[in-house]
Write a protein that binds this ligand. Sequence first.
Ligand code: URP
Ligand code: ZN
Ligand code: ZN
Length: 472
Amino acid sequence: MSVSGAIFDTVVRGGTVVTAADTFAADIGIRDGRIVALGKDFAAGHREVDARGLLVLPGGIDSHVHIAQPSGEGIVMADDFESATRSALLGGNTTVMPFCLQEKGVGLRAALKAYHALADGNCYTDVSFHLIVSDPTPTVLGQEMPALAEEGYTSIKVFMTYEGLRLRDDEILATLDAARRAQQVVLVHCENEDAIRYLIGRREADGDIAPYHHATSRPVAAEREATHRALSLAEIVDTPVVIVHVSNREAMEEIGRARLRGQKIAGETCPQYLVLTAEDLKSEDFEGAKYVCSPPPRDKPSQEACWQGLETGVFDLYSSDHCPFRFDDPAGKKSEKGKASFRWIPNGIPGVGTRLPILYSEGVAKGRIDINRFVALTATNHAKLYGLYPKKGTIAIGSDADLALWDPASARTIRNEDLAHGADYTPYEGMAVTGWPVTVLLRGEVAVEHGKLVAAKGKGSYLARGRSALFG
Ligand code: URP
Ligand code: ZN
Ligand code: ZN
């Protein structure tokens, strides 16, 4: 294709383009929402985006977010699709992957219908759903999963914890087996529910009902054991799995051992395991509830281990596990039951808008990871593992022009009021960060300009996906 005389819809000019593999100076020519040229000295486009002094990265893909998910009687998640995807976009993301929860007695298709009704027309980013299987009936396993895989729902999540969600080992095996046949990759939440129930009971019996005991009742051993079990079950039926939200070295070692056995697996960690600890859950005044999530943040050596895992490749994915509840709200962290025992505090913290700046600042700016690894961990690997590559997750001819232009020198302080999500707090309030995504393009259209939202709601589309790269 000759590009010299080409008229582009948009030219992103003068930036430093970064992919998971390379860093190079180039202008980007965009037509019909896609990248059609990478080069120099292009004629003026209909729209010019000045990227001088900026890093041009693929838009972030956050493949682990919870939006408008039913979370127990009287509890309401703080974000709907509008607010969650708005915050995501402002934080440098162009695709998010929320979970569609199958409640017991409901089919996957019915669950999807309800989620699509909430999402369609309301999103600022592109969106694609994972399916949470909580009721693996013969119809779900034998009919719905294979049919939905054909329609582009190519990932599911199963839980080993949470009453009402957790599957028994025989159910996990049957679901993994069905997923392999349907060619769906399985995300697994690894914590031993029986051990946790037992410890919760003991804490309550001792009168230890404060938020901190959420952490003491979900120890590393409960996560390590479940990680080992999940990987063993996956090995038995030869199904690729993603071990999500890993918080500590011992669980990481299980991932390493399974890889050495030749299993097709991926590992994910999240910001809370890099910059928070269980100490954050300690407070006299219930403030610790702001940090209640599962697995809980651990300690400084665990943070260091997770950083090493990002550097060395134990982890392929860095996601937010955005799961927002308002703090000062009886429908959120301060429910009557939650105040009576940590057992009832809704699990989850907001993070979709802060995921990328935290990793850029703590990882790239501080020299722990290079910028190409940052792109792999925040965009490219998500696209590959969840069947969106190369349409998403990279900067290449033919890819969607989903771009985040980062000012690497921008010094900011994280403030909840800037995040545009539905929660009334951020666990990262007051954190100083270096580097911020100042301009974001979604399929070629400028959606955030100089840090301000300029896109209209509803520009985000639903994405059907192909097979995970873990299937080869
Ligand atoms: O506490 C958390 N992580 N809540 C979200 C649900 C999950 O387990 O991913
Ligand atoms: Zn989980
Ligand atoms: Zn989650």
